[in-house]
Design a protein around this ligand. Structure first.
Ligand code: ATP
Ligand code: MG
Length: 501
């Protein structure tokens, strides 16, 4: 049995009862909500620390940069001392957690990338703001690439593929259906916008190996993976798309573990409203489904948001462990949120939840964690423990130091541009390609036209990321020896496959 995680104590003035987050219930997800400045990020930090301590790796997006302090020991100050004393925490030690920093733009952490193929047409369609018709064409373009064994790795692969399909639209039309020039043009314009927002850095290789998020250090402490998201916040679609992709990929790649004694990974979505704002119904449904099913893979998902109403009811209903910080009740909209938040708790006869919610002080919250049977505990008004690590951001120098010494240092730093659709199509300029296989069918038994292209001939899996990464610039040379196959977008298969309109 793994020790329960002390997160808070119910109001010490009244009782002194510890509130534990049970590791075996941590994959039943959670919610941290509250108005700005009420203590959400510190609560996240306290939870993340606790997970790390019992060997559970964590992934969290850091919107304001203030979560980075989790990497450093905290410092004693009168406020912390007071909290330690009030909560009767006794000897309180200051320690930091092992941290790996990630950054889509490769500036404040290790570059994190995904391939176009992994992203899949549906999420990409959302990223590009495509309508149904345009997204349909994008899906066809993926299909044509697939059937022709053309790898879609980076933006220029997709760009050249679009151009190629556009130019040969007539040839493909009979087999794949209508491909309008206007739709191709819309997708191309969308790609240009993404490129201008720095998407070029995000799409490509070496793509993130999910195992790199599941690491522990020499002491057996879980690594806290922090995604620098301050800039991503300015391109919320890219942020949301990336996180949805990550969640879905984890879901697809991790094995079933049933009910583990502690999670394999805990995922914190800060500013969760960004994920759900104008999310098409079809993707929202899938998110709901993934959140429900990922539990059995041992992944706990915690949403952090100002207003619980920002999260769809279907998702909210699945969040078992709850910490509700203060909400304001100025406007009717606010009052609605207060009411909604109050109604989700298992009532406590001694507590007027609706009233308490508006009175809570910073670092105080209404807390309800799941008990051993998986039932929500009675809601308590509680003071959240102080973190053992530093509150607030670290310096850029400290960050650079940690990036240099991290377990994945050097693995992702250099982008690799191996042979893919762009290169193949460029080399083939002037030749007319006909599809080698009917949609959905394997290529025919006669050797396909790409058989002689290095790295395209065998049907093994795509070169493993670790191999890619270790070989870095040598990866291209060894590419032909690594069996590879077009990887169907993770979301392509999960989301695209069952797509019905
Ligand atoms: N559990 C705690 N222990 C000690 N100090 C705390 C705790 N919770 C909150 N604080 C104090 O309150 C401040 C604000 O908390 P925090 O940054 O977590 O708020 P927030 O809800 O994340 O705000 P925002 O919505 O602006 O991101 C912290 O900088 C810290 O000084
Ligand atoms: Mg915060």
């Amino acid at each position: 049995m793994v020790e329960p995680l002390l997160i808070a104590k119910s109001d010490p003035a009244k009782t002194d009862s510890p509130l534990y987050l049970l590791p075996q219930m941590a994959n039943r997800h959670g919610l941290v909500a509250g108005a700005t400045g009420t203590g959400k990020t510190v609560t996240l930090q306290v939870m993340a620390e606790a997970f790390s301590r019992i060997g559970v790796p964590v992934f969290a997006a850091d919107i304001k940069g203030d979560l980075s302090g989790i990497s450093q020991p905290g410092t004693d100050n009168p406020k912390i001392q007071e909290r330690v004393k009030n909560l009767e925490l006794g000897e309180f030690s200051f320690t930091g957690c092992p941290v790996t920093f990630w950054d889509v733009f490769g500036e404040q952490g290790h570059p994190v990338r995904a391939t176009i193929s992994e992203m899949g047409p549906l999420l990409l369609g959302r990223l590009l703001n495509l309508n149904d018709t345009q997204e349909g064409v994008l899906t066809l373009v993926f299909k044509i690439a697939d059937d022709n064994q053309l790898l879609l790795l980076d933006l220029k692969d997709l760009q050249s593929m679009l151009q190629y399909v556009g130019e040969n639209a007539k040839n493909f039309q009979t087999q794949y259906g209508n491909i309008s020039a206007a739709s191709i043009g819309a997708i191309q314009r969308g790609l240009l916008t993404i490129q201008q927002q720095g998407g070029e850095k995000f799409f490509g290789e070496p793509a993130l190996n999910l195992d790199d998020l599941l690491q522990t250090d020499a002491q057996g402490h879980g690594i806290v993976n922090i995604l620098a998201a301050d800039k991503l916040n300015q391109s919320p679609k890219l942020y949301a798309t990336f996180l949805l992709w990550l969640l879905t990929s984890l879901f697809e790649q991790l094995p079933e573990v049933g009910d583990p004694e502690k999670p394999k990974l805990v995922f914190f979505f800060d500013e969760a409203h960004l994920l759900f704002s104008d999310l098409p119904k079809i993707i929202e449904d899938k998110v709901v489904q993934v959140v429900r099913l990922i539990r059995s893979k041992g992944v706990g998902v915690y949403f952090v948001t100002q207003n619980p109403l920002d999260i769809p009811q279907t998702v909210l209903g699945q969040l078992g462990n709850r910490v509700q910080h203060a909400l304001r009740a100025f406007t009717p909209q606010d009052q609605k949120a207060v009411k909604a938040a109050a109604e989700t708790f298992r009532t406590n006869p001694k507590l007027d939840v609706g009233k308490a919610i508006t009175e809570l002080e910073t670092g105080e919250a209404l807390v309800s964690f799941l008990d051993e049977k998986g039932s929500p505990g009675m809601v308590e008004r509680a003071v959240i423990c102080p973190p053992h690590s530093q509150i607030g951001p670290i310096t850029p120098e400290q960050r650079q130091e940690l990036v240099k010494s991290s377990v994945v240092a050097g693995v992702y730093e250099n982008a690799v541009d191996r042979e893919s659709a762009y290169e193949v199509l460029r080399a083939r300029t002037g030749q007319v390609v006909t599809a080698t296989a009917a949609p959905g069918q394997a290529p025919s038994s006669s050797p396909p036209w790409y058989e002689n292209i290095p790295g395209m001939s065998s049907h093994g899996r795509r070169g493993d990321n670790l191999a890619d990464a270790l070989a870095k610039s040598a990866a291209r040379a060894m590419g032909s020896s690594l069996g590879r196959q077009i990887v169907r977008g993770v979301l392509g298969s999960l989301l695209g496959g069952s797509k019905k309109r």
